[in-house]
Ligand binder design. Structure first.
Ligand code: ADP
Ligand code: MG
Ligand code: MG
Length: 248
C-alpha cells in the first residue's frame, strides 16, 4: 500500500510551498482518483512521488509497502515498481520501441534482483499484449513515439505500463486533453491493470474518465492537501458543483 503522511512540497528552489500537509493512503488493489482545481498541486504530487527535480520535499513521509520512497532515487523508485505515466514521453529517434522497452524492463528486473527476460519471451509477451491492445505490430518496430498520433501514443503508454509490471501506478491526465477515443484507451488499459496486488492513483480533471474507470475512492486536492474524499458518486457531485466549496 502507498502511505503519504503530512507531505509538504515546495517549488521555485523551495520558495513556493504547494503541498502543505497532504495525507493519503491507497491500499493494494484499489484505484483512487485525485481531482481538484487547476493549480492546486495535483501534478506536483505526482512529481513528488516519482522524485522529479525541482520538487522539494520539506516535510512528511511517503512509503510503498513500508519502504521509504522519498529516500530513493527516481530510478530506484521505478525499480520498486512505481510507474508514472508519461515517465517515458520522449520521442527517441533511432531506437526501436522494443529495444528501448526490453532494456528498461531488464534494468528494472535486475534492480529487483529478478532474472532478466530473454528476447524470445519478451517478443512473445509484447506481441500478445500489442494484439490485446489492438496496436499495429509495426508500431513496436518504429522509434518510440516518433510520428505517433495522439491515440497511438496513448496505446503505447498503456502498453509500456503493462510491460513494466508496476506495483503502483500514478497517472496524471490533467493536461493531456483526451478525446473520447483516447479516454476509452486509457480507461480500458487501467481496468486491465486493476489487480489485487496493485494500487493506482489517477489524477484527472475529467469526471468523464471516471465514468469508464470506476474508482474506489475520490479525493479533492485543494489548499495544499486532501480537502474532501468520497466514493465514485462523489466525482459526479464535483462535476456538477465544482470546487468552490473547497477553495481557500
Ligand atoms: P495542478 O496539476 O493541480 O494544475 P500543479 O501541480 O501543476 O497544479 O501546480 C501547482 C502550482 O505550482 C501552480 O501554481 C504552478 O504554477 C506551480 N508550479 C508547479 N511546478 C512548478 C515549477 N517547477 N516551478 C514553479 N512553479 C511551479
Ligand atoms: Mg494544471
Ligand atoms: Mg496538473
Amino acid at each position: 500500500m502507498l502511505k503519504i503522511n503530512n507531505l509538504h512540497v515546495s517549488v521555485d528552489d523551495g520558495q513556493k510551498p504547494i503541498l502543505t500537509g497532504l495525507s493519503l493512503e491507497v491500499p493494494k488493489g484499489e484505484v483512487h482518483a485525485i481531482m481538484g482545481p487547476n493549480g492546486a498541486g495535483k501534478s506536483t504530487l505526482s512529481y513528488a512521488l516519482t522524485g522529479r527535480d525541482g520538487y522539494e520535499i520539506t516535510d512528511g513521509t511517503v512509503t510503498l509497502d513500508g519502504k521509504d520512497l522519498l529516500d530513493m532515487e527516481p530510478e530506484e523508485r521505478a525499480a520498486a515498481g512505481v510507474f508514472l505515466s508519461f515517465q517515458y514521453p520522449l520521442e527517441i529517434p533511432g531506437v526501436p520501441t522494443m529495444t528501448f522497452l526490453k532494456t528498461a524492463l531488464n534494468a528494472q528486473r535486475k534492480a529487483r534482483g529478478e532474472e532478466e527476460m530473454k528476447a524470445p519471451e519478451f517478443l512473445k509477451t509484447a506481441r500478445a499484449l500489442a494484439a490485446e491492445l489492438k496496436m499495429k505490430p509495426e508500431m513496436l518496430k518504429r522509434p518510440l513515439n516518433v510520428g505517433f498520433s495522439g491515440g497511438e501514443k496513448k496505446r503505447m503508454e498503456i502498453f509500456q505500463m503493462m510491460m513494466m509490471e508496476p506495483s503502483f501506478i500514478v497517472m496524471d491526465e490533467t493536461d493531456s486533453g483526451l478525446d473520447v477515443d483516447a479516454l476509452r484507451i486509457v480507461a480500458d488499459g487501467v481496468n486491465k491493470l486493476r489487480s489485487p496486488d496493485r494500487g493506482m492513483l489517477i489524477i484527472t480533471h475529467y469526471q468523464r474518465l471516471l465514468d469508464y474507470i470506476v474508482p474506489d475512492r475520490v479525493h479533492v486536492l485543494a489548499n495544499g492537501g486532501i480537502a474532501a474524499s468520497g466514493d465514485a458518486e462523489f466525482a459526479k457531485k464535483l462535476e456538477r458543483e465544482g470546487y468552490d466549496a473547497y477553495a481557500a
